[in-house]
Ligand binder design. Structure first.
Ligand SMILES: [Zn+2]
Length: 170
């Protein structure tokens, strides 16, 4: 797996992108509280596939094999899809959406490692790098993606276009 720290940092990024979606769907509630809860839920989801494997009262013991059922892509994708259906009416769908987004990002960054993740019926790996080798690259890419999503959904990409024109001027 990528390091826990990488999963935490990409979880925050997923939470921010998910919160932008919550704001966009007008499901943020009073004082944007559900959007803020969604950011935290994204962070929790970012590490969830790993901690959901553990038995809380038995230190270091797992109830299932590492990277199996808790890393199953359809489960997390289904959670994301289902929670989105509940928006904007159901308030707890917002944090659930953030949690699912964090979980999916977790799977995405476990995918390039040799061990891979269970996509449908079998395990698949992109086999790009060993565990933890490309952490900084992965974290930076996720944050760029999150900022882009936020800018797109909230500001209609105005900052993105401004950045592009600056590059063109240079
Ligand atoms: Zn994992």
């Amino acid at each position: 797996m990528a390091s826990r720290q990488a999963h935490e940092l990409t979880g925050w990024a997923a939470g921010i992108a998910a919160a932008a979606w919550i704001l966009h769907r007008e499901a943020a509630g009073p004082y944007h509280v559900w959007a803020l809860v969604t950011v935290v839920a994204g962070y929790l989801g970012g590490t969830a596939p790993d901690w959901l494997e553990l038995i809380p009262w038995r230190k270091g013991k797992r109830w299932c094999t590492h990277r199996t059922i808790t890393h199953w892509v359809p489960a997390w994708a289904g959670l994301l899809y289902g929670s989105n259906l509940g928006l904007p009416g159901c308030w707890w769908c917002a944090p659930l959406f953030g949690f699912a987004a964090g979980g999916l990002i977790h799977l995405l960054i476990d995918w390039p490692n040799p061990r891979g993740v269970p996509i449908l019926w079998s395990r698949h790996s992109l086999n790009l790098w060993k565990s933890g080798r490309a952490d900084s690259f992965v974290v930076v890419m996720c944050w760029i993606a999150a900022v882009w999503v936020f800018d797109y959904l909230i500001f209609g990409s105005v900052h993105f276009h401004r950045a592009l024109s600056l590059i063109e001027l240079a």
